[in-house]
Design a protein around this ligand. Sequence first.
Ligand code: GNR
Ligand code: NI
Length: 172
Amino acid sequence: MSILSIVKAPDPILKKRSMPVDAVNDEIRRLMDDMLETMYAAPGIGLAAPQVAIHKRVIVVDASDRDSERSPLQIANPEIVKKSDDIASFDEGCLSFPDQYAEVERPARVWVRYIDYNNLPQEIEAEGLLSTCIQHEIDHLDGRLFVDHISMLKRNMILRKMTKLKKAGALT
Ligand code: GNR
Ligand code: NI
């Protein structure tokens, strides 16, 4: 397995839409494994393939507590089939925006259909941090970032900071 380098905002790579995979074959399993290793190393609770410059609809998430057992999900072609009417708000971060956080409101619960590591169709109901994280990752697949959910004022503040950090060479 390998640790992949994470694309930092602002970068047009992060704004591009990703393509569905035909099947979860050995090539996609390798990507899923590398992404999971990269996510744990960061450390983060989710990672989407476009964040490692691969425009395929693949995400990995693990929203379990740090001190409990790992519970990774490796997901291809996720589709939200239902969203709850109730809304939850979380202070979100993103590995493509180091040290930047903002409150984002999203549906509290989602039902997600996807293809798993063994190329089998699955459906899960997610709530809490897992629900937020899966929605954040699916957004990445559509070129949408967490800052696209907040006020223009906050978005511009964060984007200006990121541009400054990039110019200073503070991001790798
Ligand atoms: O590590 C991450 N933490 C996080 C916290 C709150 C809401 C969403 C996230 S996802 C983020 C990792 C990441 O950037 N995934 O795309
Ligand atoms: Ni992110």
